[in-house]
Design a protein around this ligand. Structure first.
Ligand SMILES: NC(=O)c1ccc[n+]([C@@H]2O[C@H](COP(=O)([O-])OP(=O)(O)OC[C@H]3O[C@@H](n4cnc5c(N)ncnc54)[C@H](OP(=O)(O)O)[C@@H]3O)[C@@H](O)[C@H]2O)c1
Length: 315
């Protein structure tokens, strides 16, 4: 196998189990598969704006714009996921601690979009790390969507290595496709990664114009791991200030788009997947519509200058 690809994918190469390659393949198919892998190696981690997706080191594609479901009640969450799916969005972020897994699963069931076109992320909370096998089963049951596309540890915490290893086993068992870490920064990653076997595919951290993580993002990306940002608009209670920021509003006016769209596009252009939260179908539609304009280098730099290292939540 190509060395570069091996380094990127490591033991993650569960492409064997996926649709690219059948277990009983003959030599010809295997050769084709290997050349396919080498072709795909260059794609890992690169944002494909045309198809609105990125190839993870696990061999699966992940959409780069989605919906966050934190703080959405059952009916509201079902409506929001419906709005996302109806408008072409395919990435949904939930977590056991948000209590939205069931509503996400129910909305997916009620849509006629094939399961494999939808990408669902969920997370195990630290208070579940002492019995991760049970926690994984609970998430699978609440979602009821056959498999979890991306399962993350929500925060570092006691027994996190053991919990991660349980997810690795769930990958081998076909219950989970890719693994992620949330709220892991450089120091935490340096300590954690040598203790596990399957490289995480995604790290999800707080990222917005007032808290940009300019040092952390390249560190993560250089490991072949995709970065995803939470609180793209600063989180509830902060969105008004961020969306009316004069620099962002001015850029938005120039492109005839909203401030929210500028912030999402800025994230995408620096290689951060976005999962804005919303219970408003118009906002959900607007948030998906970020592929018809491009920010200039100067505009990217102007937004970069807004960084205040201002974290909006404790983790
Ligand atoms: N891993 C972690 O530790 C962690 C932590 C926090 C969050 N998250 C994830 O990240 C997601 C995003 O965070 P969040 O939802 O808390 O905060 P957010 O996305 O920064 O902000 C959500 C707020 O923005 C508003 N909004 C959304 N689209 C808008 C638009 N186009 N125009 C104007 N306002 C708009 C929403 O109001 P409307 O409802 O009116 O649209 C809502 O009040 C969460 O849902 C969750 O999935 C992860």
């Amino acid at each position: 196998m190509d060395k570069n690809l091996h380094e990127l994918c490591g033991d993650n190469v569960n492409w064997l189990d996926g649709k690219r390659f059948s277990q009983n393949a003959g030599d010809e198919e295997i050769r084709e598969w290997i050349s396919g892998l080498e072709l795909y190696a260059d794609e890992v981690g690169k944002f494909d704006f045309e198809n609105k997706r990125v190839l993870l080191n696990s061999g699966y594609y992940m959409p780069i714009v989605g919906l966050g479901t934190y703080a959405l009640d059952y009916d509201v969450c079902v409506n929001s996921v419906n709005a996302l799916l109806e408008n072409g969005g395919r990435l949904i972020d939930t977590a056991s601690v948000y209590h939205t897994e069931k509503s996400v699963g129910d909305a997916i069931h009620s849509s006629d979009i094939p399961r494999e076109e939808i990408f669902v992320t969920t997370k195990l909370y630290p208070n579940q790390f002492s019995d991760p096998v049970k926690a994984i089963e609970e998430s699978l049951e609440a979602l009821d969507i056959e498999y979890i596309d991306l399962l993350m540890l929500h925060h570092p915490g006691k027994n996190d290595v053991e919990a991660y290893k349980a997810i690795e086993q769930a990958v081998r068992d076909g219950k989970v496709r890719s693994i992620g870490l949330s709220n892991w920064y450089v120091e935490e990653l340096e300590e954690f990664l040598p203790q596990i076997e399957i490289m995480p595919s995604v790290v999800q951290n707080e990222i917005h114009p007032y808290y940009q993580e300019n040092d952390v993002i390249p560190y993560i990306q250089d490991l072949g791991i995709v970065v995803e940002g939470w609180y793209p608009f600063g989180g509830r209670g902060h969105t008004k200030e961020m969306l009316s920021d004069s620099v962002i509003s001015e850029i938005a006016e120039k492109h005839d788009v909203s401030s929210a769209q500028v912030i999402l596009r800025w994230n995408l252009q620096r290689g951060a997947v976005v999962i804005p939260g919303s219970d408003n179908p118009e906002h959900i539609k607007e948030n998906l519509d970020v592929f018809g304009f491009e920010l200039t280098d100067d505009e990217m730099k102007r937004i970069e200058s807004l960084d205040r290292d201002e974290k909006h939540d404790w983790y």
